[in-house]
Design a protein around this ligand. Structure first.
Ligand SMILES: [Fe+2]
Length: 277
């Protein structure tokens, strides 16, 4: 990442910390997440959002209002950075002609048309990264990766990628035990030379696993747990249809398969693998 980074430090956090990202304008999922936070008795100061509050879904305005008014710690995703700056695309840098490139032109245009100017200003002021200490371990929260807000780091990415991103993280904020990320939509934990890379996944879209449940993460006394979020996916899909968002992501909420799997590393694709027998 270049330019002047905004890095917030939350200090020491005690008790459970809930981390989530990828609301993707999915109001039903965001409400379910809020209910989880309440049910677990987690205070607002212990909830962290990894960005991409806005995305494929029908309700960007309501979701931004909910998250911005929650008292939770939030970093910008590439979508918030792009909408905040009134850019013409989501900023993922998809290959021209790829499914993500084609599909993002639909949902992104819809989202930009909905979001209010005060919400754009709120997005502009969001930090790029957050640091905090929990259970004597220091964490850095990023959207994609320390090097690039829109870098896709997958569970199957090369070790060299993790190593260079850990090194860059430490060059920017000093020693860290773990990096917490979002953006790629796939929850996972990878441990390398004692350093943890944790992706909290997305609450607004299932992780391409053939089911409708989405994911968030909870840091507790024994490290991180990836948790499943059950929510009214049918209502979310219906809202998308009603809003004219019918490029395939509305189906993904129900069937758990992305229409854009060409963004995934080959070994993580499902449809192509099934098609090739
Ligand atoms: Fe993102």
């Amino acid at each position: 990442m270049s330019g002047n980074l905004i890095i917030d430090d939350l200090g020491h956090l005690d008790g459970e910390v809930l981390i989530f990202g990828g609301c993707y304008s999915n109001l039903q999922a965001a409400r379910a997440l809020l209910a989880e936070v309440d049910a677990r008795g987690i205070p607002p100061g212990n909830v962290i959002c990894t960005g991409d509050i806005v995305g494929y879904g029908a309700d960007p305005v309501a979701v931004v209002d909910m998250v911005s008014g929650s008292g939770w710690a939030v970093i910008a995703g590439n979508v918030e950075r792009q909408i905040g700056a009134q850019k013409e695309n989501c900023g993922c840098g998809f290959e021209e002609g790829s499914a993500c490139d084609r599909l993002s032109q639909g949902w992104y245009r819809y989202a930009v048309g909905q979001v209010r100017s005060d919400q754009r200003h709120w997005m502009q002021a969001l930090p790029d990264m957050i640091t905090f200490i929990h259970q004597h371990r220091r964490y850095l929260v990023v959207h994609g990766a320390p090097s690039d807000i829109a870098r896709f780091v997958w569970p199957v990415s090369d070790e060299a990628i993790f190593r260079s991103e850990f090194d860059l993280a430490e060059a920017v904020v000093g020693p860290v035990n773990a990096v917490l990320a979002g953006h790629c939509g796939i929850p996972f934990e990878r441990v390398m030379e004692g350093r943890h890379w944790i992706n909290a996944g997305a609450i607004g879209m299932p992780p391409h696993d053939g089911r409708s449940l989405t994911r968030f993460a909870v840091l507790g006394s024994r490290g991180v747990r990836i948790e499943r979020l059950q929510y009214d996916a049918e209502a979310a899909a219906k809202s998308m249809v009603h809003a004219g968002l019918t490029q395939g992501y509305e189906q993904s909420l129900l069937i758990g398969i992305w229409p854009s799997e060409d963004v995934l590393p080959e070994e993580m694709r499902r449809v192509q693998r099934l098609a090739s027998g």
